[in-house]
Design a protein around this ligand. Structure first.
Ligand SMILES: [Zn+2]
Length: 161
């Protein structure tokens, strides 16, 4: 029996450093903070990459792009997502929709929501109505609320091509 749809979930956390711009969903946001990581630390694209790989049972971002490999140092997360989605498509799937949450004290997400949605849609060559992104502040508690970390979550629904 073939399955017509598959659901996937992705979750990622990066530490916050002071200074610079913060890359979220392929958008460089001026907010005097940046995210620390082996790659370019785009926490949202990492969560999306894990969600689509998980939904198609093709592994996870750490298997595809191990952080022990020199080639992945400062690697462009947009390129990693594109490569992952090529593999997902080669396995016979396409994205129906993505729903994402960014948990961050800084920056405030709503002013950047449209730019982030458009960036993700363009990257994956899907319609912007197939993507949604919302922000949560962490309510001043925990690592997110204290501004020490930014967390991203993504749920994806894949459908057969
Ligand atoms: Zn990451």
């Amino acid at each position: 029996m073939t399955t017509a749809v598959r659901i996937g979930i992705g979750h990622d956390t990066h530490r916050v450093g002071s200074g610079g711009k913060m890359l979220l969903g392929g958008v460089n946001i001026e907010c005097d903070h940046h995210l620390i990581g082996h790659s370019d630390a785009d926490v949202l694209l990492h969560a999306i990459t894990d969600a689509i790989l998980g939904a198609s049972a093709l592994g996870d971002i750490g298997q595809l792009f191990p952080d022990t490999a020199a080639a992945n140092k400062n690697r462009c997360s947009q390129e990693m997502l594109r490569i992952a989605y090529e593999q997902v498509q080669a396995a016979g799937w396409k994205i129906n929709n993505l729903d994402c949450v960014i948990l961050a004290t800084i920056p405030k997400i709503s002013p950047h929501r449209e730019a982030i949605i458009n960036s993700i849609a363009q990257l994956l060559e899907i319609n912007s109505t197939q993507v949604f992104v919302k922000g949560k502040t962490g309510e001043q508690v925990g690592p997110v609320g204290r501004g020490e970390a930014v967390v991203a979550q993504c749920v994806v629904l894949l459908q057969q091509q």
